[in-house]
Design a protein around this ligand. Structure first.
Ligand code: SF4
Length: 500
């Protein structure tokens, strides 16, 4: 779509809306030519304390014209926000003409749509007011606005229980038995990289040991550990034992206030009684078994080598070992799946009685086999039906939404939602998705996020570990530099805790 701006240069706002509302349309800049049939003029004017936005949008020859006006107020920073909102809203209203169905998240294009709800609650509004704000100012549909108010409230309540030096820790294991067709993660199939696993564990334990020293020296408290990947249970029982032992020894008293330890045991074909018993012995509170579907032909279509029966067996082992919490992940929109098939998968998961179920929407990621091999997937309408059916079923089983996020290129522009029974929420998921505290990450591809405990998301810094296992093992100096940066963020007062 050709874009013409006048009176502003809000490229990011308009481009994000364009990608959200016209998937497949790329922004192009330059004058409109007689042969162009898809373009948008976005004009912005200010006079005294008033502003007006005009969007004149032509899509495949059909035109829509919209105006949006208002009054400025507040600081320069606040006025910038008002200008961005007005331009985004006006573009959305013009683009709405061309949508087959109301966009579920309205004009919101970000990853965390419930952040606005959390912010409203922090400012003293009620959940009902937060919901109304999302509907009125951002054109979010009533169903999604209600969801965001619920998850926003969970984040608001969780935030109140964190101290200024409370952090969470992530340990990444980037190996999986085989690669799923929708995956673009750096995860390596163990078949191809078996020889890397043991040296990786060596490097990982060295990084964790150094990180633990830094954490104790600087007085941080670890409130949650999340071990993910990849699939951590691709490691042997002995390797899992070594990683968790080093973690406990290195962090010692910094773990006194740790509320939860979660380990992803994502692929049922990696789960054994021996590994589960190692996890249990180390005090792991929660394991996550991620079938994604319980339909045999869908499992095959996504590149899994296990059957629904293997998932049943893995769940029996998990139940026998006796973890406090168990999560299961499902994905709506997988190749070969249907609305009925998805519902059958959810029914089967609910029968296991786990207190956490995460319902993802398929995200079409660059580099995934779905895109490179052009596999056919259910359309947005079918995905909408899957999600519409999931909510009531989960509520009926006692679950409530407690965190949500969106990704780019999601089928139907929907969302991922974590559901849990009372007391079953995974705090780490709330911490990371609502950016409530810093996350110190270990392992290849780890992203350490430093969150200002006072100003929260307005002051966030990130440092990244090398992406691939080989590169990660060869650059221990980079890992130490990241830990130094983490400590410095707090010690230089950049974290803002001293301004509290
Ligand atoms: S289990 Fe997850 S990380 Fe591993 S290949 Fe599948 S999608 Fe990727």
């Amino acid at each position: 779509m050709k874009l013409i701006f006048e009176g502003h240069d809000e490229r990011y706002t308009v481009e994000q809306s364009l990608l959200n509302l016209f998937p497949g349309e790329l922004p192009v800049y330059g004058p409109v030519q007689p042969e162009d049939d898809t373009w948008a003029y976005v004009g912005y004017r200010e006079k005294d304390e008033f502003f007006t936005v005009k969007v004149d949008l032509t899509y495949r020859g059909k035109n829509a014209l919209r105006y949006f006006g208002g009054r400025h107020s507040g600081t320069e920073y606040e006025r910038e926000g008002q200008r961005r909102h007005a331009i985004g809203a006006c573009f959305f209203l013009a683009a709405w003409e061309f949508q087959k169905a109301p966009p579920p998240w309205g004009m919101l294009t970000g990853v965390r749509p419930d952040k606005l709800a959390t912010q409203a609650l922090t400012e003293g509004k009620t959940p009902e007011e937060a919901r109304a704000l999302l509907e009125r100012d951002y054109y979010v549909t009533p169903e999604r606005a209600a969801l965001a108010a619920e998850t926003g409230l969970a984040a608001f309540e969780t935030a109140g229980r964190l101290g200024p030096r409370d952090i969470a820790v992530y340990i990444g294991v980037p190996f999986c038995p085989t690669r799923c067709v929708y995956c673009s993660f750096v995860s390596q199939s163990v078949e191809k990289s078996l020889s890397l696993v043991e040296p990786y564990v060596e490097a990982l334990t060295a990084e964790i040991a150094a990180g633990g020293r830094m954490v104790r020296e600087h007085g941080f408290r670890v409130r949650a550990l999340y071990m993910g990947g990849g699939t951590p249970t691709t490691l042997t029982a002995d390797q899992l034992d070594r990683v968790l032992t080093v973690f406990e020894d290195a962090f010692g008293p910094a773990l006194d206030a740790c509320d939860e330890i979660t380990v992803e045991a994502g692929r049922p074909d990696t789960i054994t009684a021996e590994k589960l018993s190692v996890l249990k012995d180390h005090g792991v509170h929660r394991v996550s078994v991620n079938p994604q579907t319980m339909e045999d032909h869908v499992l095959r279509a996504i590149g899994r080598r296990h059957s629904p029966g293997d998932i049943e067996t893995a769940m029996e082992l998990v139940a026998k070992t006796g973890f406090r919490h168990v999560n299961m992940d499902l994905i709506a929109g997988l190749p070969e799946d249907t609305a009925e098939g998805f519902r059958r998968s959810l029914d089967r998961c609910l029968r296991f009685g786990t207190d956490n179920i995460t319902v993802h929407t398929l995200s079409l990621k660059k580099g995934s086999r779905i895109l490179t091999e052009g596999l056919s997937i259910p359309g947005p309408e079918a995905v909408g039906q899957m999600l519409d059916a999931a909510g009531p079923l989960l509520r009926e089983a006692g679950h409530r939404p407690y965190y949500l996020y969106r990704q780019k290129y999601m089928s139907g522009s929907f969302e991922n939602i974590g559901w849990s029974r009372p007391g079953g929420a995974c705090l780490y998921n709330i911490y990371i998705m609502s950016e409530l505290c810093s996350i110190l990450s270990f392992g290849a591809g780890g992203s350490t996020k430093m969150v200002d405990p006072v100003l929260k998301s307005r002051r966030i810094q990130r440092v990244f570990n090398p992406k691939y296992p080989k590169e990660y093992m060869e650059r221990p100096e980079k890992l130490l530099a990241n830990q130094t940066a983490f400590a410095a963020f707090y010690d230089r007062g950049e974290s803002g805790e001293n301004r509290a």
